[in-house]
Ligand binder design. Sequence first.
Ligand code: SF4
Length: 414
Amino acid sequence: MKNLGIYVQVPFCQTKCTYCNFHTGVVAKERFAPYVEAVCREIRGHRELLRAVGVEWGTGPAASLGTSEWPQPDQGNRVASGEREESEYLVDTVYFGGGTPSLLEPRQLQENLAAIRETFRTEFREVTLEADPETVGAEKAAAWVSAGISRVSFGVQSFSDKELAAAGRMHRRNDVYRAVPILRSAGIENISFDLIAGLPHQTKESWKQSLAELIRLAPEHVSVYLLEVDEGSRLGTELLQGGRRYSAGAVPSEDEMAEFYEMAQEALGETGYRHYEISNWAKPGFESKHNLKYWRRQPYLGFGAGAHSFSGRQRWANAHDAAEYVSAIERGSVPVEQLETVTAEMALEEELFLGLRQLDGIDMGRIEQEYGVTLGERFAPLAEAGLVEQHGSVVRLAEEKLSVSNEVFVELMR
Ligand code: SF4
């Protein structure tokens, strides 16, 4: 049986951060209920909805197990009456991402989880909720735990109020200190913090301070992202046009960002975090089980506006616009926008790109056997330039080159 990850996209936020290049909107709370209902309908009807748009999903042999062999409802697993779910998949990870999924009522998250449990065989090992620190309260946290949420991923971004304010974030440093003990008391034993290197007004000192405060609060998992400069965000557009709005003039240089990344590498490494993916560190055993599926090319289904899916053979995504998504689902169809069949050549490129992002590296022996290719020549110039290192049949990014990984990827894909 294959493990399957489920991603639920919640595209709503309280405000728009200046650096944000996601498709999210600030909407009235009244819009949440129809959206949650549409996601439930998409989950329950996914096989027929996907088949109607040409996705090959669940089209293999139907469940071979007799109904008496399905797990019982009191284990949290069951098959909706009249449905025969893909017998080859077991949903073991769920990820509510956004947007700000913690804005939803806990009851609404519970409704989505109930739809998943009714539709798929499930044995949850990790159910993540992305949350903004200021949205956390004791009652809410307790309700999350009883709904089955086991991991909370916080968009902390920085511990400097000046940086948070300039970036348009709603929370402040104190909100993080208030939220973490609430989650711990509620029973959340797996917390992740995101930090962004490159926010306006960030300095070497303030970054050092953010890293120190993060380490003091001891989350089990840490993601460090570099500020993305593109036309998808207001700050990115301003920077590209050479303007000064949104504190664009106070954004650190690329060299400074690379230095901040290396400082994080050092500080987190010294305090027991294992660097396992370019942007991710974890205490032993707390690597993100759901995100590992993306990097290892394992199947996942995404539900909601803009959610992406991968079956192993095909990739597809839903339309980004939440209103368009809800009305399509209400009309009985799913608005799939980008459906592509992954060719062997594409799959190989993905293996190399995603494999190098992981610090365990790429097992060339496995890839050569699976794809019938020889990789030695492809990696030789990178090894000569000191960008990758080889140990037996494993090739990985050289540790001191992680901060310039994009250059390595460009070289590799030439
Ligand atoms: S909270 Fe996250 S998704 Fe929402 S606007 Fe800010 S960066 Fe974007």
